[in-house]
Design a protein. Structure first.
Length: 81
């Protein structure tokens, strides 16, 4: 559940490091792009899922997949409404 937030931080450091973190957070909330930034952060879950899948740790891979679905439902809800 933490990986998408870490992925969003990576996005911040790659593209918006000229801003302070609190200004970046205010910017994405005020501009309405926080859902898109969180969606980009979910991409990090893919690499974690592949890591657990290749280690044949099915329970952990299922947990990562479940967390990804939770984020997907949140993103779909906020994009639709």
């Amino acid at each position: 559940m933490i990986a998408p937030f870490l992925g969003s931080l990576v996005f911040y450091f790659l593209f918006f490091n000229y801003m302070q973190l609190d200004n970046f957070i205010n910017h994405i909330i005020n501009s309405g792009t926080w859902v898109s930034v969180l969606s980009l952060g979910v991409i990090l879950n893919l690499s974690i899922f592949i890591f657990f899948y290749r280690r044949e740790d099915d329970r952990s891979a299922r947990g990562v997949l479940a967390a990804t679905f939770i984020y997907a439902f949140v993103v779909i809800y906020f994009k639709a409404f």
